[in-house]
Design a protein. Structure first.
Length: 415
């Protein structure tokens, strides 16, 4: 049970609203009332009003313990969370607590005992912001977690159409973006080869190196691609040594992470060093992405809002049909990568795929797969541009029809 903080000397709840106190403070500062007169006029305690006027306590803070975070910071977090939920990027309560702690660490604000807020803080936050509520995001059972649901898809197209129309982006494909990550190993999957009929042991040469590289890609409905970001496995910049970076596509950005995965910090780095640098000055623009947890960090959401970029989260477990990169780009990219790896290894017995040779092979696959035709085909196949709510074939949703469920109301805040 969360602790209930009661103001010392009073055994009852606050008998006035924050609006009453704000109006009383305003009246005193404007000279319309004395503190005593405003106390009577607006039915607020004189001593509390005095504290607000003197600056001892903040105006927007109710009676009780002073909030751990500054009012401006707290309000910004709340606004970011509400905006994220409306855009289909709602975060959980646990994520809110964790990421609030991260923000405090970055701003060097020692607001919480163990570096991050607890459930007590969440309960107090809800009292200060009663518009927040914990809501169930989607009623998808485990047996249909990976299935397309006709009702969910219909709700997705309703929400997407509303976003595109409200921002006048329906006929501006150059401002409609999709980003996602994919991964590749130095040890590729060899393709089919010609062999004697009936052969039982047909092998293909591969490099005995399972080093993993994550690739962050972003494309728009006009067929344009942004520079990639490559994330290598490692704890320090030393992990990036040895890559022949000059052979990577022009503008490629490099990052590292212990397991070679994408994280909140890397998403922020990508957004500032790649997306904002290459998306152009026109605003607003929309960035369509999946709801993976690394796409929902508060700092990333705040950066998007501050820069006029609308984030639109695709429904969970549907990106294989609703995301352009998954539909027509990542598949060909994987095939081209395997093809060029096989050709490279077969051209010389001494060839290996390692840090030095990977960038050149990656570049060939990247340029071949991320063609303008492949990219625009993906947006068309997903019904994003040209907008077409009937673009998804009916047979893609047949398995889920017996268990259709309605999407959550778009106005709910998911925490």
């Amino acid at each position: 049970m969360p602790k209930k903080y009661i103001h010392k000397g009073r055994g009852k709840e606050m008998g006035y609203s924050l609006t009453q106190m704000e109006e009383a403070v305003k009246a005193v500062k404007e000279g319309r009332f004395s503190i005593r007169g405003a106390s009577k006029e607006f039915s607020v305690p004189k001593s509390t009003l005095q504290d607000k006027i003197s600056g001892r306590t903040e105006v927007g803070v109710p009676l009780g313990r002073r909030p751990a975070l500054p009012v401006e910071m707290e309000n910004k977090i709340v606004q970011t969370v509400k905006t994220a939920a409306r855009q289909g990027m709602g975060i959980t309560r646990r994520q809110l607590l964790q990421r609030t702690g991260v923000l405090c660490k970055r701003t060097k604000l020692n607001a919480f005992k163990n570096g991050a807020p607890t459930k007590d803080w969440w309960q107090s936050l809800k009292k200060r912001h009663p518009e927040l509520a914990v809501r169930k995001a989607e009623a998808l059972g485990s047996s249909r977690a990976s299935m397309m649901n006709p009702v969910i898809v219909e709700g997705h197209f309703d929400a997407l159409e509303k976003e595109l129309s409200s921002m006048n982006l329906t006929d501006k494909p150059e401002l409609i973006w999709n980003c996602d990550e994919t991964g590749k190993c130095f040890e590729h999957s060899p393709g089919k080869v010609i062999a004697e009929k009936g052969s039982r042991n047909v092998v293909g040469k591969v490099t005995n190196n399972r080093s993993h590289i994550t690739i962050m890609a972003c494309v728009n409905a006009a067929g344009r691609k942004m520079s990639p970001m490559l994330i290598a496995a490692g704890k320090t910049t030393v992990s990036l040594h040895g890559f022949n970076a000059e052979m990577a596509p022009a503008g490629t950005k490099w990052a590292f992470q212990e397991n070679g995965w994408i994280t909140d910090e890397i998403v922020e780095k990508w957004f500032t060093s790649v997306f904002l640098q290459e998306c152009g000055p026109e605003r607003p623009q929309i960035l369509i992405l999946d709801r993976h947890k690394t796409h929902e960090c508060l700092a990333f959401l705040e950066l998007a809002i501050e820069n006029g970029i609308i984030l639109y989260g695709l429904p969970s477990h549907t990106t294989h049909m609703l995301q352009p990169l998954d539909r027509t780009v990542f598949g060909p990219f994987g095939s081209y990568y395997d093809q060029f790896c096989s050709e490279f290894l077969s051209s010389d017995p001494l060839h290996l795929i390692n840090k030095w040779t990977f960038p050149s092979i990656f570049t060939k696959a990247w340029e071949a797969a991320l063609s303008s035709d492949n990219i625009t085909s993906g947006f068309k196949a997903c019904g994003i541009y040209p907008f077409n709510r009937n673009a998804i074939p009916k047979d893609a949703m047949l398995p889920s029809q017996p268990t259709e469920t309605s999407p959550p109301p778009s106005s709910d805040v998911v925490l």
